[in-house]
Structure formats: C-alpha cells, structure tokens
Write a protein that binds this ligand. Structure first.
Ligand code: C5P
Length: 314
C-alpha cells in the first residue's frame, strides 16, 4: 500500500480533576476520556521525495511544524530513520471536522492518526504501547487518541487504564465559533487560583486516584448506566473558564435547561456537551438550545460515543 486513509475521532472528558503539581511543571490529573464519532480524516501517501508535506482543508490551520500532525511525522522520521530512508517522505492531507482549540483533542487526534498511518505505511509493526510512548512525547492527550474508547487517564494524562466501552450514547456538542481557549492558559490560571489547595505529595495524589477508580462514575460506566454517568460528570477547569468566558457559562446553562441527562464543559473548553437518552432527545435539546440562544455564532453537533480510536478507512 502507498497510501492510507484514517479516521481520527474527537474526545470528550466525562471527568477531569486536577490533583496537584508535577516536578515536570505539568499537572497531575485524573481524567475519564471518551471517544466520540465526530472525527477528522487524514490521508497519508508516500510522495517519492524526502519531504514531509501537510495540506489542510481549513486554511486557518498551519501546515508547518507548528501543527502537531506535522510534528508527529517528524518524530516518526527521527525515530525510524531507516524506514524514512527506504520509504521516503509523505503527503498528509487533513480534512478538519473537529473544531480547533475546543477541548475536544482535535489536534491530538490528528497527530495520533499520523503515528498510526506511518506505522502502517513504513511497515513498522509497532505495538499499541510503543505507539502510545511515541504519542506521549508529542502531547498529554495523544496516547488516548491512538486507541480511544473509554479510559481513565492519570499522570499528565498519558497513563491509561481502559474502562468498558460506553458506545452509542447520544450527545449534543455546542461551541461558539469565535471563542477558543488556550489549554496552557486554563491550567496556568487554575494554578494561580487554586494552587494553594493542591495535593503535592505522591501518597495523597495516589490515594485520591484510587478513590476515583472506585467512584460512582466508574461504577456507572462499568454498568453502562447513562443516567448515573450524566449525574457524575465533573470538570475542574470549568472553575476558571466559565467565569472568564461568560457566553460559555450561558451556553452551559441553556443546554442544561434544554433537557437531556447532564451537561458539562469538555477539557479546557469552550465546547459544552449534553448527554441524552437517545437521538430524538439529542435533536430536541439542540433545537431548544438553538432557539433559546438565537445566536449564529454557536455551532451544534449531534454525535455518539464510540468505542474506537484511530481507524483505517478501507
Ligand atoms: O500536553 P499538552 O501539550 O496537551 O499540554 C498543553 C498544556 O496544558 C501544557 O503546556 C500545560 O500548560 C498544560 N497541561 C498541564 N498538565 C497536564 C496537561 C497539560 O499543566 N497534565
């Protein structure tokens, strides 16, 4: 094969708790991550040169090394110089469907797809842990994006423990087109405001992590109980993003009132999601929220949870 087309699903956070600081300057987290059907698409093709080239359906997105997908290809070329010399450079064509700087790990999913695509194209036969190790060098959410599904992520977000897949739950996503949130800003602001409350010793962090492993949310996921999952949604970053971005707080309120099982901001936002009983309820929540807001700046998506990460599209 000289080319592969891959699907790169977005994720939502069913849970995000910031435990404390880490020696590397990042935060020690416990997250419960869930893949959703909203996905980007990438085609990776051997181009017969020694260059990595990236093109993107969205002209706002950089196609140089500041794009994570490009950096993923560079990382593979550095780590596997013999394969790079043998198979040569690649053209990566990226079709964006996941909004950017949205808390949905769109850029991370694209980078994960490049790792998986080059593993196939260069016939490397990497294992899942090997791919996740490379992914962790690029960003905290990228290891999860490789395998996707439902998982507890700890450490920086790169240490994964799988949970039973919660597939087929319908949800509404909503995001202001004009609002983007910088993830470093969200974490820095959180540190400024809540740093005094951090658990900074390892045993305390480990104890809290164990508590979350035994929490009502994990129990609800194990029993695939959407009502209980929705009641246990949680995200510490709401405490800094919602007061700073009042339209997002308003959007969250409108979605909550519009129905469904439960509403939460995903990751560092500003995307807000509502879990619903079924497709019809998701359509109704979207219709009511769109009518209440009457704001052309807000985009809505109806989507479902899925049990997969990067997939090859035949
Ligand atoms: O790893 P990633 O590039 O996604 O992280 C983006 C930023 O989010 C980091 O530069 C850091 O400011 C913040 N972050 C953090 N702790 C984490 C993950 C991310 O402080 N566990």
């Amino acid at each position: 094969m000289h080319s592969y087309t891959l699907r790169a699903p977005a994720k939502i956070n069913l849970f995000l708790e910031i435990l404390g600081s880490r020696p590397d300057g990042f935060h020690e987290l416990v997250m419960i991550l869930q893949s959703i059907a909203l996905a980007d698409e990438l085609t990776i093709r051997a181009n017969g040169t020694d260059k990595i080239r990236l093109t993107c359906s969205d002209a706002n997105l950089p196609s140089d090394p500041s794009n994570l997908a490009y950096r993923a290809a560079q990382l593979m070329a550095q780590n596997f110089p013999q394969a790079y010399a043998r198979f040569g450079g690649v053209d990566i064509a990226l079709t964006k469907n996941i909004p950017m700087a949205a808390g949905l790990a769109g850029g991370s999913a694209d980078a994960a797809a490049v790792l998986v695509g080059l593993d196939l194209l260069w016939q490397l036969g990497l294992t899942r842990p090997e791919l996740e190790n490379l992914a962790a060098q690029l960003g905290s959410d990228i290891p999860f994006c490789v395998g996707g599904g439902t998982a507890i992520a700890t450490g920086r977000g790169e240490k994964l423990a799988p949970l039973p897949d919660v597939e087929g739950l319908w949800l509404v996503l909503a995001k202001h087109r004009s609002i983007e949130v910088s993830t470093p800003w969200a974490y820095q602001t959180y540190r400024q405001q809540f740093g005094a409350q951090y658990l900074n010793d390892r045993p305390a962090q480990q104890f809290r992590t164990q508590e979350i492993h035994a929490s009502a949310l994990v129990h609800a996921i194990n029993h695939r109980n959407p009502e209980q999952i929705a009641q246990a949604l949680y995200n510490d970053l709401e405490k800094v993003v919602l007061p700073h971005q009042t339209p997002v707080a308003e959007l969250r309120q409108v979605l909550t009132k519009a129905g469904g099982l439960g509403t939460m901001m995903s990751g560092s936002g500003p995307t807000v999601f509502t879990l619903c009983r079924d497709q019809a309820e998701a359509a109704q929540v979207k219709a009511i929220a769109a009518q209440t807001l009457n704001n052309p700046d807000v985009d809505f998506w109806l989507t479902q949870t899925v049990g997969y990460g990067i997939q090859v599209i035949p």
